[in-house]
Design a protein around this ligand. Structure first.
Ligand SMILES: Nc1ncnc2c1ncn2[C@@H]1O[C@H](COP(=O)(O)OP(=O)(O)OP(=O)(O)O)[C@@H](O)[C@H]1O
Length: 454
């Protein structure tokens, strides 16, 4: 930096002072002009050669440069009436070896028009920023995007890539997978990546709404539609999702009569609120999810085939956690971070053998279950690390099973040795008694004692 200044002092001076639209003037300690750049000369309509050496008050109307050299106080963004309008200027005293040797003046805006233009430009940008901020603050219902889906397995990476491809369109998506595999996260992510991302994302838990309320929940009702109906009526989930995405969670649990009605809305693009006299246009993208075998439900007439084809345009199967065990360490770390942040306890990692145990378990509840296990371990641990003992019993490795790389013969022999040892100890060294307790002959016991060197 220093080198640049030393070596190119003149060029730098010219670049800064002479280029662009800045108007710059430098005066000595009593206010005589030592320098005025081209831009300022043009603005004042004066010749450079004529102004150097003149007193600033003779050249610039209402100048305060000579005052600043006296007061030693800088004046920032000061309004100065000049050539019929106000300009905005900075005036800074120049010091050398502690003494004021002059002052530098710089016109920021040559008239208030220029300032107003800039002002309105900035205001416009600020308004735009505010609009974006309020859009972000106004939750549209979709909180998660693809980067919240933690994974390293090729299966999930492939899935994420496919999601990126189909998200922008309007096709209906059916998400399948066991409970807790992350279907809802994927639904959020699809919405986020779609052109509807600024519009609402509305979730309907089809399994949780009582059958008699389903119709009014989904399609809304008009004022006075039934006793107890709210004044002014109530919009349904379809109306709330208008322009955005409707996520039909657990669609396999939806009653048949509601299936018929949903199908009609999807076919006609219109909903009829309970008690309404005419239908209302709605534009929603459907994402449905299920852990149920819909094809079997169709066979047993619990799910309508026509609705199935309507929602099953693109289908994704989210693999269970046991099918992607390589995701477990990364997921566990990320969930540990999430849990510790939520409950405010400092726990930073897992002992190495914990990862092994987590990989051996079959995770019927998938990631939701993993999160619960981690949360309980965080509560139980008294150190910064989670150890095997902090895991629930059913996840702790079975001591008889041993490590994953042991052969069946090794596991059997190790277990046999431990059982014989324990029986002999229990019988206070009486081998006849120990053999009887184990249900084997005395000779057989002696052979094994010899074999295992007991
Ligand atoms: N890949 C992942 N990375 C991080 N968190 C995940 C991941 N997958 C799922 N989760 C978390 O696991 C929990 C269950 O996920 P989600 O609700 O999306 O599953 P689901 O398949 O919709 O379950 P259900 O069928 O029971 O509704 C949530 O807390 C979610 O944040």
């Amino acid at each position: 930096m220093r080198e640049i200044i030393e070596n190119h002092r003149h060029d730098l001076f010219d670049t800064f002072f002479e280029s662009g639209n800045f108007c710059i003037v430098i005066v000595d300690q009593v206010g005589f002009i030592s320098y005025m750049n081209e831009s300022y000369c043009r603005f004042l309509n004066v010749e450079k050669s004529n102004v150097i050496g003149k007193h600033v008050s003779d050249v610039i109307e209402n100048s305060r440069m000579h005052i600043v050299t006296q007061t030693g106080e800088e004046e920032i963004a000061d309004l100065q009436y000049i050539r019929g309008s106000y300009m905005i200027a900075n005036r800074v005293p120049l010091r050398s070896e502690g003494k004021i040797v002059g002052a530098l003046g710089m016109v920021l805006f040559r008239d208030t028009e220029e300032w107003l233009k800039m002002n309105s430009h900035i205001r416009d940008l600020l308004l735009e920023l505010k609009a974006y901020r309020s859009q972000l603050d106004q939750p549209n219902g979709a909180t998660y995007s693809l980067h919240h889906i933690i994974s390293r397995s090729p299966e999930l990476e492939r899935l994420k890539n496919k999601v990126k491809k189909i998200a922008p369109g309007d096709v209906s998506v059916l998400l399948r997978g066991e409970s807790g595999t992350g279907k809802e996260l994927f639904a959020h992510s699809i919405h986020h990546l779609s052109e509807r991302s600024t519009k609402p994302f509305v979730k309907v838990n089809c399994a949780a709404i009582p059958e008699h309320l389903l119709e009014s929940e989904l399609f809304g009702y008009q004022e006075g539609a039934f006793t107890g109906a709210k004044k002014g009526g109530k919009p349904g989930k379809f109306q709330l999702a208008d322009g955005g995405t409707l996520f039909l969670d657990e669609i396999g649990d939806m009653p048949l009569n509601a299936q018929v009605k949903i199908l009609r809305v999807l076919q006609e693009g219109e909903v009829e609120a309970v008690g309404a006299t005419k239908p209302q246009k709605v534009d929603v993208r459907i994402i449905a999810s299920t852990h149920q075998p819909l094809e079997e439900l169709i066979q047993t007439q619990h799910f309508r085939e026509d609705l199935f084809y309507r929602i099953n345009v693109v289908q994704f199967r989210i693999p269970s956690l046991r099918e992607r065990k390589e995701d477990i360490p990364l997921l566990s770390k990320s969930l540990l971070h999430k849990v510790t942040e939520r409950i405010g306890k400092r726990v930073t990692d897992f002992d190495k053998d914990v990862y092994e145990s987590l990989k051996l378990y079959h995770w019927p509840g998938n990631i939701r279950e993993l999160e619960n296990v981690i949360e309980s371990a965080v509560h139980l641990t008294s150190t910064e690390f989670i150890s095997i003992e902090d895991l629930p019993d059913h996840i702790q490795p079975n001591p008889y099973l041993g490590g994953a790389d042991e052969s069946l013969k090794e596991i059997i022999e190790r277990t046999e040795k431990q059982a014989i040892e324990r029986a002999i100890k229990k019988a206070d060294g009486d081998k006849t008694k120990a053999a009887a307790q184990l249900g084997i002959g005395k000779t057989s016991l002696y052979d094994k004692v010899k074999k295992y060197g007991l």
